[in-house]
Design a protein around this ligand. Structure first.
Ligand SMILES: *Cc1c(COP(=O)(O)O)cnc(C)c1O
Length: 459
């Protein structure tokens, strides 16, 4: 059968990589049509849903996003590290369209289908370690984290969970409790789940450059005194923290924590929801230090934009829960599985791990050169296509969230989508789709440089 594209308003371009790869502004940002939708949004959508950049999207692909006013913006956010393969990536579109015409939902726990198994096999193969593994699929990152904790508790018969300073693990009740930052994620939404404890992170810029092993032993000592290994089911950690500010722990930090977990029958859960799938220049960020976690949570980059998440882990741990103990209506939906298989194929066939490393080189070189002559950029960090700058007031050395927000807003006005992050709100993060052309990325970096320069001129 032939699949016919649905009717579109005339003039709306189709998304995907064939979309013109250019920054082109035809109105101010946001344009009049987007502004009108913002007014409708305010009347129709909960005010609790904040918007980083209120341009309403008509099409996206490659490294751009085209809005309903006809502006073409450079995408350095990938919908928060989701569209690693790019929006409407051709293999994904084809696979999902074909699945859409076959069947859309049966619930895997009612009447299963092979694509779910294929996704599990791919995850078991791609995630760090060549031990026997099992996977289970869900819809969102937070749901994967919730289930990783459920499974670790079931397997160990213990209850306590340790998360780290600056951590972000989601917005459901348990994952809010695991998340460190109060505003905007937690404030007013408590009480939070019990038996969640927090340990100090390795944050070289802000812990005096503490050696990774020393920082890990500081955390371990606190865990032993305040929780006790005999009560601790799992520690959960992002190998590079995302929302917390793209914090890369000092070498040895993760390995020392992992060794302690192994010696104490504590499950080591890596939350690779943001770092996963080629983003960092490895398929998974744990690979930088040769870390093999007991369990790994994935989501964001897994399915080219369709909602899917997973927990992958040691077979003995993953097989612990009783049949029926894990699941959910939509987890591993056939459309999302088709998308994941095409997405994973794209990462592998198009060598996107290598591409992420190249993008990281381009961003690192440009930003390091900027930082060398601009004392407001205190650090350039991250790995691969997950790179950030941390911004301070050079007079005091204090985080400068005001400047950070002004620069991000100035980039938005110039048609470059950038996101902030960090516990102190003073980090600008770059998460380009791995499908972005070099020249567009360089243009986006130039807009960022110009915005920083203009702000110091205005100060
Ligand atoms: C985004 C994110 C989550 C939550 O994922 P959702 O799909 O938004 O629930 C959890 N952990 C990390 C590290 C994330 O970046």
């Amino acid at each position: 059968m032939t699949l016919v594209a649905p009717a579109r308003p005339t003039g709306t371009p189709l998304g995907g990589p064939s979309l013109a790869q250019e920054r082109k502004l035809v109105t101010s940002i946001p344009g009049p049509k987007s502004k009108a939708l913002s007014e409708r949004k305010a009347r129709a959508v909960s005010a609790g849903v904040g918007i980083a950049l209120p341009v309403y999207v008509a099409a996206a692909g490659g490294g751009v996003l085209v809005d309903i006013d006809g502006n073409s913006l450079i995408d350095l956010g990938s919908g928060i590290a989701v569209t690693g393969v790019g929006n409407s990536a051709p293999r994904v579109v084809e696979a999902v369209a074909a699945q859409l015409a076959q069947f859309t939902h049966t619930c895997f726990t009612v009447a299963p289908y092979d694509s779910y198994i294929e996704v599990a096999e791919a995850l078991n193969r791609l995630t760090p370690g060549d031990h026997e593994k099992r996977s289970v699929l869900f819809n969102s990152g937070a749901e994967a984290v919730e289930n990783a904790v459920k499974i670790a508790r079931h397997f160990t018969g213990k209850q306590a969970i340790v998360a780290f300073d600056h951590a972000y693990h989601g917005r459901t009740n348990l994952t809010m409790g695991l998340t460190a930052k109060n505003q905007p994620y937690k404030s007013g939404f408590g009480p939070f789940a019990p038996e969640v404890y927090r340990a100090p992170m390795s944050y070289p810029l802000r812990d005096g450059g503490l050696d990774g092993v020393v920082a890990a032993n500081r955390a371990i000592s606190q865990i032993e005194k305040q929780v006790g290994a005999s009560n601790l089911a799992a520690i959960i950690i992002e190998p590079i923290q995302g929302e917390g500010g793209f914090i890369v722990p000092a070498p040895g930090f993760l390995a020392t924590l992992l060794a302690w977990c192994r010696a104490n029958e504590v499950v080591f859960i890596a939350d690779e929801i943001q770092t996963g799938f080629a983003r960092t220049g490895h398929m998974f960020a744990c690979e930088f230090e040769g870390i093999v976690p007991d369990m790994i949570c994935t989501a964001k980059g897994i399915a080219g934009g369709l909602p899917l998440s997973a927990v992958t882990g040691r077979a003995d741990i993953m097989d612990s829960p009783q049949a029926g103990g894990l699941g959910g209506t939509y987890g591993g939906n056939p459309l999302a599985c088709a998308a994941a298989l095409a997405t994973i194929d794209t990462y592998e066939t198009d060598n996107l791990v290598e591409r992420a490393a190249t993008l990281g080189q381009i961003m690192g070189d440009r930003l390091t050169a900027l930082a060398a002559v601009d004392s407001r950029i205190i650090e350039v960090r991250g790995r691969g296509a997950m790179t950030a700058i941390e911004i301070v007031d050079p007079a005091t050395g204090e985080p400068d969230a005001g400047l950070t927000n002004r620069v991000i807003a100035a980039c938005h006005a110039q048609g470059v989508i950038l996101l902030g992050c960090g516990t102190y709100g003073n980090v600008i993060r770059l998460l380009p789709p791995l499908s972005i052309p070099d020249d567009l990325l360089l243009e986006g970096l130039q807009v960022l440089a110009d915005a920083l320069a203009a702000d110091s001129a205005a100060a």
